[in-house]
Design a protein around this ligand. Structure first.
Ligand code: XMP
Length: 315
């Protein structure tokens, strides 16, 4: 049986042995990177700089909320607003793999800049056991090149420290609960963020649309779960499609965009079944999206594809 208290007590002196200078970690507020940052901070205090990069593809209120949470946890936080860089790097790019690659490369560039500025010698990562076990098979990578804020290149000449390397996800969640980190029940969120939930160019304008639509889907589904109308899906979000259709608002013709709602149940993301959302919840989502995004979205559809053949994300 995994004992989080014992794990932390044993890890702290081990990390102190490993880290003899300045260390740096990229943290997105996700479970793994946050747990790794908190445990390492307990060991080396302000010698660990935790870097949060706002790529511009964060969910509604996410940068502010994550910043608050990470500060409350006592991290030595460096907050980087890199929205302009990311938006300009993705200008005119529509190919999903190119988008993923550019986001990954930009992230590394920004992070490397901070590492240099901080004169860091150690790189802390929230790698967990499935990350390195799966990377041997590389099947996922032939489908989509996954980007994790943890997935930084080893040629950064920094010494790697991976305090969670031998743990599985449920153990990391137990650690999060033990350390009072309010991330343990979060739904998974892809590294490239909202950019891969916009089919086509991830412009600032499209990002504003998808950010709002995702917030509505999350809000309505969480309310329905709380009211015991449905099981909590593994993931639930919106996708902005490059499809325009004719509609009507009042008695005025509108010609605007389509939002797809995606919700799936899954154990590990490798396979998934689309969630059976009650009709009235879907209807509320549709009404709220088309009312809130009046001139921008006039049609909402629901994705009823399992994985396989559909992946969870559309890009
Ligand atoms: P797919 O879309 O491949 O997604 O069926 C499976 C799970 O992985 C998440 N996902 C990512 N997670 N970096 C991540 O950390 C990524 O680049 C990435 N792409 C997809 C997806 O949200 C789902 O949970």
């Amino acid at each position: 049986m995994f004992n989080p208290g014992k794990f932390v007590n044993e890890k702290i002196p081990e990390i102190r042995q490993q880290i003899k200078g300045k260390a740096i970690i990229a943290t997105s507020g996700g479970v793994d990177s946050t747990v790794a940052a908190v445990i390492t901070t307990k060991a080396v205090r302000e010698n660990l700089v935790s870097v949060f990069v706002d790529t511009g593809y964060m969910r509604k209120n996410e940068p502010e909320n994550t910043k608050k949470m990470l500060k409350k946890l006592g991290l030595n936080l460096e907050f980087v607003d890199a929205r302009k860089e990311f938006y300009s790097a993705l200008k005119g790019v529509t190919d999903p793999e190119k988008k993923r690659k550019i986001i990954g490369e930009n992230f590394i560039r920004v992070f490397e800049g901070i590492a240099k500025q901080e004169k860091a010698e150690y790189l802390v990562q929230g790698t967990i056991a499935p990350d390195w076990i799966e990377s041997g098979g590389a099947l996922r990578d032939t489908i989509k090149s996954h980007h994790n804020v943890g997935g930084l290149p080893k040629d950064m000449k920094l010494k790697l420290v991976e305090p969670l390397r031998d743990l599985y996800k449920d153990e990391v969640r137990k650690l999060a609960r033990y350390l009072k980190i309010p991330v343990a029940e979060k739904q998974p969120y892809p590294g490239p963020g909202l950019a891969i939930r916009i089919i086509g160019e991830a412009s600032p304008e499209s990002t504003d649309i998808i950010r709002e639509a995702c917030a509505i889907v999350e809000g309505e589904i969480e309310k329905a779960v709380e009211n015991k109308k449905m099981e909590k899906p593994w993931q639930y979000f919106a996708v902005l499609l490059p499809v325009k259709s004719v509609g009507v608002h009042g008695d005025v013709r509108v010609y605007s965009n389509t939002i797809a709602v995606r919700a799936v149940s899954s154990v590990d993301g490798m396979s998934a079944a689309y969630s059976k959302i009650p009709d009235d919840v879907l209807e509320r989502i549709s009404i709220r999206i088309t009312n809130t995004l009046k001139d921008k979205v006039n049609r909402v559809v629901y994705d009823v594809t399992n994985k396989p053949p559909g992946t969870v994300e559309w890009e």
